[in-house]
Design a protein around this ligand. Structure first.
Ligand code: DGL
Length: 258
């Protein structure tokens, strides 16, 4: 098989990375995609860095066995814990793309108030995030907001129910009094609760996620490596999950179509 025709591998701790996969399919409709969700081990955000590294390497090996030509770590937590080590190991043979909270577009809006970055506790405590924040700390009022428990709600298919709304009311709503400039979704699960956020919070507040930026970065990398698929027919999407459960597969395809 020519390298261009090989699939692109996507990985997340669970169903969240499907939000990035969807953007990638829009940007690169003729590519074939393989998605691996590690729901059996989700959430990653409250594990140790070493545990997340190990799980991320296992996932990368799964994708490599599927003969992928590039790997997208569609998980902010796994990116912050493991991207450097992953690149050391695999980047000679294929591009490895990660995701980080899309802080730059939020800063560029120049709105008054706090920029709230919702993410897992691990993403916000890693040095990668501290470096990102340092770039903008002088020009913006940035507030990292760890959201333990939110990934679990979304993994259970709860994207617009009372529990999610109660969570947002408790964790985010109180900051509206001080003024929210924008909300950055620094976890790939969270775009699936955007509708709930619009209902609970002031619907004019910009909500920004990194999926489009990551999809474009993937396209750039494929072009640079001259491995973009030249086919003019629509590509395929295959979804795998470490959890041997029909429900998680149904949820995955539902979120993909959603
Ligand atoms: N989607 C993952 C992220 O972007 C969630 C990590 C977790 O499982 O806690 O960080």
């Amino acid at each position: 098989m020519k390298v261009e025709d090989k699939p692109i591998g996507f990985f997340d701790s669970g169903v969240g990375g499907i939000s990035v996969l969807k953007e990638a399919v829009k940007v690169l409709p003729n590519e074939n995609f393989i998605y691996f969700g590690d729901s059996a081990n989700a959430p990653y955000g409250v594990k140790t860095v070493n545990e997340v590294k190990k799980l991320t390497f296992n996932a990368a090996e799964f994708l490599i066995k599927k003969n992928v030509k590039a790997i997208v770590i569609a998980c902010n937590t796994a990116t912050s814990a493991a991207i450097t080590d992953l690149r050391d190991k695999y980047e000679d043979s294929m591009p490895v793309i990660g995701i980080e909270p899309a802080l730059k577009p939020a800063v560029e809006l120049k709105r008054k108030g706090k920029i709230i970055i919702m993410a897992t506790p691990m993403t916000l405590s890693e040095v990668k995030f501290k470096n990102l924040m340092d770039n903008y700390a002088d020009v913006s009022d940035i507030m990292p907001l760890p959201c333990p428990g939110l990934v679990e709600l979304i993994e259970s298919g709860n994207t617009d129910g009372d529990e999610v709304r109660e969570y947002l009311n408790r964790m985010v709503k109180p900051y509206e009094e001080e003024g929210i400039a924008a909300i950055v979704l620094g976890c790939t699960h969270y775009p699936f609760i955007k509708e709930s956020m619009r209902k609970v919070l002031d619907s004019r507040t910009p909500i920004i996620d990194g999926s489009i930026g990551t999809a474009r970065q993937l396209e750039r990398q494929l072009t640079e490596h001259k491995i973009k698929n030249n086919s003019d027919s629509k590509g395929s999407v295959e979804i795998f999950n470490s959890l041997d459960d029909e429900g998680i597969m149904k949820l995955s395809y539902h979120l993909f179509e959603y």
